[in-house]
Design a protein. Structure first.
Length: 256
């Protein structure tokens, strides 16, 4: 069963509409949950590239007296189901971002976890365990980061890599990041967002500010080039980060 099949089990009775995002082409969005009494919304948005900063202009940031706006960017089927169900049942508005390419990836499929399976917001998942380098990632780069970690461990016997899937970006699991960085002393942030002004900049800045004394190397980053993503497969592969890019940066940090 694919990710789309699993998600539709939770949202099949809800309407589909078209949402205009400023500066973006028309994007299909599904209104999954709408509480008419409270006005709370859960939006499912399918995007070719998961770059949350591109969505921010379309959804104004809440004021201090308003409820928080949660961002979810899942990388696995089971995560998608648990997070979507949590989003529908929670009392805050949620943007549930889905990577279109993951719909077609067979490695993402898994049995349905059951009608009451929930994943709390702000709880990361360590998908690969290690002690010498931390990779913080989300979305489509989770799978590539795991492959990169395995390649690093093959090339450098004795070196192991932690791969943390954030799963949600607001809130995010700072405790999981801090625990891993304190243990490995080396960290890199990997995502499909652009390198400049991307989401990883905030994580890197906070690590440098609060965990500097634990670091034995600079904070590494692997991200998309600062340009539009081409639609030709060769251009897309060149612009977006690949597993080889993760390996190259990881080796630089391990050798520092």
């Amino acid at each position: 069963m694919s990710i789309e099949d699993l998600l539709d089990q939770s949202a099949s009775s809800n309407p589909t509409l078209t949402l205009w995002l400023p500066g973006q082409p028309l994007t299909a969005a599904r209104l999954v949950s709408w509480d008419r009494a409270s006005g709370l919304l859960v939006w499912r948005i399918a995007r070719k590239l998961l770059a949350p900063n591109a969505l921010l202009p379309a959804f104004a940031a809440p004021s201090p007296e308003e409820r928080a706006l949660a961002f979810e960017l899942q990388g696995r089927t089971a995560d998608a189901v648990g997070l979507l169900r949590t989003a529908i049942r929670c009392d805050d508005p949620v943007l549930f971002l889905e990577h279109k390419r993951l719909y077609r990836e067979p490695y993402n499929r898994s049995p349905h976890p059951g009608p009451d399976f929930l994943i709390p917001f702000g709880k990361a998942h360590t998908v690969h365990h290690g002690n010498h380098l931390t990779i913080v990632t989300y979305g489509a780069l989770v799978h590539k980061s795991v492959h990169a970690a395995m390649e690093i461990e093959r090339r450098h016997p004795g070196k192991t890599v932690d791969v943390i899937d954030l799963r949600t970006l607001n809130p995010y699991d700072w405790a999981a990041i801090a625990e891993s960085v304190k243990r490995t002393s080396r960290v890199m942030i990997v995502h499909e967002d652009t390198l400049s002004w991307g989401y990883g900049s905030e994580i890197a800045a906070r690590i440098a500010s609060e965990l500097f004394s634990y670091l034995d190397a600079p904070v590494g980053r692997v991200a998309a080039l600062d340009t539009w993503v081409g639609y030709h497969p060769d251009l897309e592969n060149e612009i977006l980060p690949q597993a080889d890019d993760v390996v190259t940066e990881a080796e630089r940090l391990l050798a520092y």
